[in-house]
Design a binder for this molecule. Sequence first.
Ligand code: FES
Length: 159
Amino acid sequence: MSTTFILSSFEIDEIEKQKKYYENYRAIIIEALKIVQKKRGWVPDSAIVEIAKILNISSSDIESVATFYSQIYRQPVGRNIIRYCDSVVCYLMGYQKIKKVLENHLSIKKGDTTLDKRFTLLPVCCLGNCDKSPTIMINEDLYSKLTPESTINLLESYK
Ligand code: FES
């Protein structure tokens, strides 16, 4: 049985507020997605439809923006988001070893969330920390010059 999805009045108010600042509502799409994600931790399909109605933009346009931005999660994620850089400098500096350690230690592959919902593992383009690669981010924290050992130790500090 499917249930009807409803944005909260807080979410609707926050999105409506943004409409006062922009003539072209396309400029609000990311902010609207962030408003929903902040409240729920991710953006369900049904929220895309609701945002589309509020902004009078097609759901497919909202969806394409949501899909393009890696910071918008289209499925439930863990309490901690690990983003490992797989761009060229990190590649040359051996990000593959870090990725393998993460996957083995957490028993997940990229895009997955651990069973205990502690971590989600996502690839990301350059984190702007190339001179200190290999690099990962956990939530808002950036970590540099990682080794397999330091990576495992790092995970222990996130519950
Ligand atoms: S290539 Fe990895 S941080 Fe830039």
